[in-house]
Each structure stands twice: as structure tokens, then as C-alpha cells.
Design a protein around this ligand. Structure first.
Ligand code: UDX
Ligand code: UDX
Ligand code: ADP
Length: 482
């Protein structure tokens, strides 16, 4: 029986290993983590992450061939294949701060693997890491190996949150990078055999190590770039009276471009896009390619511009002040069907409004009150790892200005404006007439995700702003300078 151990029971490690266990009954999978609470949650009825379909998969395998444990060293020691899926946040201090990936967790995991291994192992990079990390890890392992043989593979994960289980069941491709030596090829084959139990062979691509590592960064950069491109167009649409939905539909009909990932929004979020682009920018700079670095940096700049533009639009529309006005925030997660708030655009928008002294009433179906307060207490440069976060001082705390409520109607009650930050399905079917009746007048809706029916809402009486759509006369009279 092949034994797999995955270090890191997070958004990537947890779902990926659960699906491997489900699809490969003859493989024994142990997912280990140093965070005891997280492991307890994986072993309980309330899993630590919300992901449609995940509960079901875990229930089918847990205790059979899928185990969650804090006994990191024991399971690593016993495994044939060790996946490393620890967090790789952006460095916040020191060399490369704000751009380079922080590989502290990776390095300590690698040293531990070398320490506890008594038999040969395949070590698989699952977290997104800078190009050439595998080489560094290989050095740590071989210099500490006590004669044991390690093969390093890069097997980047392409799942998206909210659709992780579907993405894992039916991936566009599985990418496995390894050394071009006979031992390297043998290791690639061993991992390929695992995936081949449910993924068609022609979707399992094998490359060298660096190509696999770079492909992951490149894929995320390309996806983010499409969003920044359509978001840049959304600003032009608003200025000229075109409708970004029509423009992106027409553009996407070109088969060379394709229709996916062209939805204009208040900005992209999530733990990957910004982090991976910053990483790419850093690698380009380190390799003497400032023009290439600058090109990719623009993707993030447009994303920040889009969030600022949204805040400015809200404030400008409401007579240039939101001080002491209640504003409802619907949705806080970075996209629908997840409770994850890492780099969610809602954080920057809320902070912008709070900076203008608004009072926010926030509702999200999955994000906890505690998480929202934590996120809003962090200063901007904190990227995505809680350990590095410095809370704001008590005097600048925003808790008094923020309430978190249990449904959209309560959030909107007596509010002057309502901002939609996440495209949760339930926001499409709210009783907007009821919401309108209970709001202050004029009542504003700012849709950062293009989920509402603008014409219907205008008929009810709302003043509506929807990203990239023709503006109300009201908004034209109150131009927002970004
Ligand atoms: C383009 C558009 O494709 C077409 O839809 C529009 O109507 C007119 O402009 P054209 O300029 O004739 O058409 O050729 P196209 O095939 O788009 O190539 C443009 C340039 O891009 C060429 O120099 C081509 O060599 C280059 N190219 C294209 C690349 O370098 N890489 C590619 O992957 C594709
Ligand atoms: C992304 C990649 O899709 C995935 O392949 C990789 O493994 C990890 O990073 P994820 O961040 O989970 O996945 O979600 P994704 O669906 O890519 O959305 C990222 C952000 O872009 C979200 O905030 C989403 O709302 C936004 N987005 C996406 C848009 O604004 N418009 C779009 O058209 C698509
Ligand atoms: P991702 O989105 O990439 O899955 P997460 O932050 O959700 O990232 O998960 C990473 C997990 O890795 C965390 O639960 C963290 O506790 C765990 N982790 C980090 N370092 C180690 C380590 N040395 N040993 C075991 N687990 C680790």
C-alpha cells in the first residue's frame, strides 16, 4: 500500500488529499499539521474550511484511508510520498519585503523531513513557490539526508476555492515537474500513477522542475491579468456609456480569447493572485528584467485602482461624505462559496469607507464576525499571514464603526447605501423592494459584482451604480475622481 503524507492541512492540502483518498482506495493518506485546532476541526463534523462537496468526500474516507493528525514526524517518517502544502506568504520584513515569498515554513518542513526520514522518499511541492525553490529544498534534503535518497517533484495545484472538489475531480490538467534523470523520471511515474487512477492520461503533463514551478506563477498571473484588463475597460465603459457586460461578451466570443474570467468586479482577491504576481515581479527584478517586472506590476496597480475607484464612487455619489452614514456591506469573502477572506477586496473597500467615517453593517453568509474584525484591524501591508499581522492600536480600532449582522435585510435597515462585495447567489434574489422601503432616501446601491438587475432596482427607486455599466444621471452629476 502506497503511503502518502501531506504537511499542511489548509485550503490546498485538505481538499486535495481528501480527493486522492477517495479516488485511490489503495493509497493511505495522512494529512498533518502543527495547528492542533485545525486538525481537531478536520476530525469533527465542522470542517475548518467551507467548500461545497468537501464534507461528503471527507465523510466517505475519514478513518478508512484518510487520516488527519498532529503527529507530523511519525506520518512523514512512514510515508513514501510527502506532499508539502504549507503556507508561503509574502515577506513583510527584510530582503524582498512586500514581494518575495516567505519560505520559512517550507524550509522548516524540509529540515524536518530530512531529520525524521529513515527510508527513501518522493517530496512533492504543492504550495506555490518561487521558481528554483525545489533546488533549494533538494539541497537541504541531500545535505541532511544521512544517506537516504530524496526525489523532488513540483506538482502545483490549480484548484480554485469554491469549486475545489469539482476542479480536483475533473482537472484541466495535472502538472508534474521533476528531474530529467532516471530516478527523477521514476518519481514522476510514481506520482503520475496516483493521479492516473481518475485523471485521463492526456491531461497529466510532465515537465522539468522549473517549468512546472513557473507555469503555476504564469497561470495565476495570466488569469489575474484578464481581470485587470476587463476592470480597466470597466472604467472606460462608465466614462463613455458602454456596458462592460456587452463588451466582455463580445470580446470573449473570439475563440482566441475565450469567455471565461472576463467578469468585471470591484477587484480580484484570494490568497494567490496578488502573492504570486508579487513573487513573479520579484523574480524578474532579481534576474535583471525590470521591464517585465513593471508589466506584471501593472496588474496589481489596476486592481488597487479599481478598489479605490469603487470607494470614491460611493463617497462622491453620497454628497462627498459618508461620515456617520450607515452603509450596508453585503459579502465579505473574496468570492462566493468560500469563507476565505484573504486579500478580499471587501477589506480595502471597507477601510476606505471607514477612513471617511462611515458606519458599516456587514453581512456574509460564511465569514465569522471575529474574522471580519480581525481583517479590518490589520494594516494594509500585511498580506496574508496572520502571524505577521500587527493589529491597529486601540485608539484607531474600527470596532465601534463596524457591526456584523446575520442577514442582508438587517444590514440594510436604515442604511443610506448598500455595497455588494461578493457575488453570493442569495444577493440576486433578495426582496429589494423591502430593502428600499427600510433604507434612508435617496437609497443607493453600489454593485461591485454585477449581480443585481439594474433596471428593476432603478424602477424601485434606487440610485444604482454597477461596475462598468452606464451611469445614472445622478452619478454623472457627481463624478468620482479616482
Ligand atoms: C489582427 C486580429 O487578429 C484581427 O482579428 C483583426 O481584425 C486585425 O488584427 P492580423 O494583424 O491580420 O489580425 O494578424 P494576427 O494573426 O492577429 O497577428 C498579429 C501579429 O501578432 C502578427 O505579427 C503575429 O505574428 C503576431 N502573433 C500572433 C504573435 O506574435 N503570437 C501569437 O501567438 C499570435
Ligand atoms: C486562483 C486560480 O483560479 C487557481 O487556479 C489557483 O490554484 C489559485 O488561485 P482562487 O483564488 O481560489 O483560485 O479563485 P478564482 O476563482 O481564481 O478567483 C480569484 C479572484 O478573482 C476572486 O476574487 C474572484 O472574484 C475574482 N474574479 C474571478 C473576478 O473578479 N472576475 C472573474 O472573471 C473571475
Ligand atoms: P494554503 O491556502 O496554501 O493551503 P493555508 O494557510 O490554508 O495555505 O494552510 C497551510 C497550513 O500549513 C496551515 O494550516 C499551517 O498550520 C500548516 N503548516 C505550516 N508550517 C507547517 C509545518 N512545519 N508542519 C506542519 N504544518 C505546517
Amino acid at each position: 500500500m502506497v503511503k502518502i503524507c501531506c504537511i499542511g492541512a489548509g485550503y490546498v492540502g485538505g481538499p486535495t488529499m481528501a480527493v486522492i483518498a477517495l479516488k485511490c482506495p489503495s493509497v493511505q493518506v495522512a494529512v498533518v499539521d502543527i495547528a492542533q485546532k485545525r486538525i481537531e476541526a478536520w476530525n469533527s463534523d465542522k470542517l475548518p474550511i467551507y467548500e461545497p462537496g468537501l464534507d461528503d468526500v471527507v465523510k466517505q474516507c475519514r478513518g478508512k484511508n484518510l487520516f488527519f493528525s498532529t503527529e507530523v514526524e511519525k506520518h512523514v517518517g512512514e510515508a513514501d510520498i510527502v506532499f508539502v502544502s504549507v503556507n508561503t506568504p509574502t515577506k513583510t520584513t527584510g530582503l524582498g519585503a512586500g514581494k518575495a515569498a516567505d519560505l520559512t515554513y517550507w524550509e522548516s518542513a524540509a529540515r524536518m523531513i530530512a531529520d525524521v526520514s529513515k527510508s527513501s522518499k518522493i517530496v512533492v511541492e504543492k504550495s506555490t513557490v518561487p521558481v528554483k525553490t525545489a533546488e533549494a529544498i533538494e539541497k537541504i534534503l541531500t545535505h541532511n539526508s544521512k544517506g537516504i535518497k530524496f526525489q523532488i517533484l513540483s506538482n502545483p495545484e490549480f484548484l480554485a476555492e469554491g469549486t475545489a472538489i469539482q476542479d480536483l475531480f475533473n482537472p484541466d490538467r495535472v502538472l508534474i515537474g521533476g528531474r530529467e534523470t532516471p530516478e527523477g523520471q521514476k518519481a514522476i511515474k510514481a506520482l503520475k500513477d496516483v493521479y492516473a487512477q481518475w485523471v485521463p492520461e492526456d491531461r497529466i503533463l510532465t515537465t522539468n522542475l522549473w517549468s512546472a514551478e513557473l507555469s503555476k506563477l504564469a497561470a495565476n498571473a495570466f488569469l489575474a491579468q484578464r481581470i485587470s484588463s476587463v476592470n480597466a475597460m470597466s472604467a472606460l465603459c462608465e466614462a463613455t456609456g458602454a456596458n462592460v457586460i456587452e463588451v466582455s461578451y463580445a470580446v470573449g466570443k473570439d475563440t482566441r480569447i475565450g469567455p471565461k474570467f472576463l467578469n468585471a468586479s470591484v477587484g480580484f482577491g484570494g490568497s494567490c493572485f496578488q502573492k504570486d504576481i508579487l513573487n513573479l515581479v520579484y523574480i524578474c527584478e532579481c534576474n535583471g528584467l525590470p521591464e517585465v517586472a513593471e508589466y506584471w506590476k501593472q496588474v496589481i496597480k489596476i486592481n488597487d485602482y479599481q478598489k479605490n475607484r469603487f470607494v470614491n464612487r460611493v463617497v462622491a455619489s453620497m454628497f462627498n461624505t459618508v461620515a456617520k452614514k450607515k452603509i450596508a456591506i453585503l459579502g465579505f469573502a473574496f468570492k462566493k462559496d468560500t469563507g476565505d477572506t484573504r486579500e478580499t477586496p471587501a477589506i480595502d473597500v471597507c477601510k476606505g469607507l471607514l477612513g471617511d467615517k462611515a458606519e458599516l453593517s456587514i453581512y456574509d453568509p460564511q465569514v465569522t464576525e471575529d474574522q471580519i474584525h480581525k481583517d479590518l484591524a490589520l494594516s494594509k501591508f500585511d498580506w496574508d499571514h496572520p502571524l505577521h499581522l500587527q493589529p491597529m492600536s486601540a485608539s484607531s480600532s474600527t470596532e465601534k464603526q463596524v457591526t456584523v449582522v446575520g442577514d442582508a435585510y438587517e444590514a440594510a435597515k436604515d442604511a443610506h447605501g448598500l455595497c455588494i462585495m461578493t457575488e453570493w447567489d442569495e444577493f440576486k434574489t433578495l426582496d429589494y423592494k423591502k430593502i428600499f422601503d427600510n433604507m434612508q432616501k435617496p437609497a443607493f446601491i453600489f454593485d461591485g459584482r454585477n449581480v443585481v438587475n439594474v433596471d428593476q432596482l432603478r424602477e424601485i427607486g434606487f440610485i444604482v451604480f454597477s461596475i462598468g455599466k452606464p451611469l445614472d444621471a445622478w452619478l454623472k452629476d457627481m463624478p468620482a475622481v479616482a
